[in-house]
Design a protein around this ligand. Sequence first.
Ligand SMILES: [Zn+2]
Length: 141
Amino acid sequence: MGVLVGQLRFLRTINSQSQSLKTHLWWGFFGKCPRCGKGGIFFNGLSIREKCPACELNLIAHDVGDGPAVAATFFVGILALATALWLEFTYQPHMWVHFVVAVPVVGLGSFLFLRPLKGILVSMQYRFRDVEQDDENLGQM
Ligand SMILES: [Zn+2]
């Protein structure tokens, strides 16, 4: 029974959204609010705002925490490893050259991957997880 109720809530959540999945992915990629698509969801780089400045959506309820960091670590790790291997087998430089190249690749790559991933996950959480309904159920347990 619990699974059926969960599936019905999932379908209701999908049908209640007026925007398409592609629109939510696009807004998330660019760090826009998952409800209105106008307000930005980030401040200070990677922190999630408390509320959307345009529509006042409670963004803290949709904060995904460190979830996108795992995916970003895999992407950036592969990118850094590929860069280090290419550099080593092509030019065979000193170790300090690897350090000078790897630090910007990992630093910039982490920031560039993490921000869109975090925005997309916030947008997907808004679309597929009914946070307001979860908050109402907390009092009934
Ligand atoms: Zn908004």
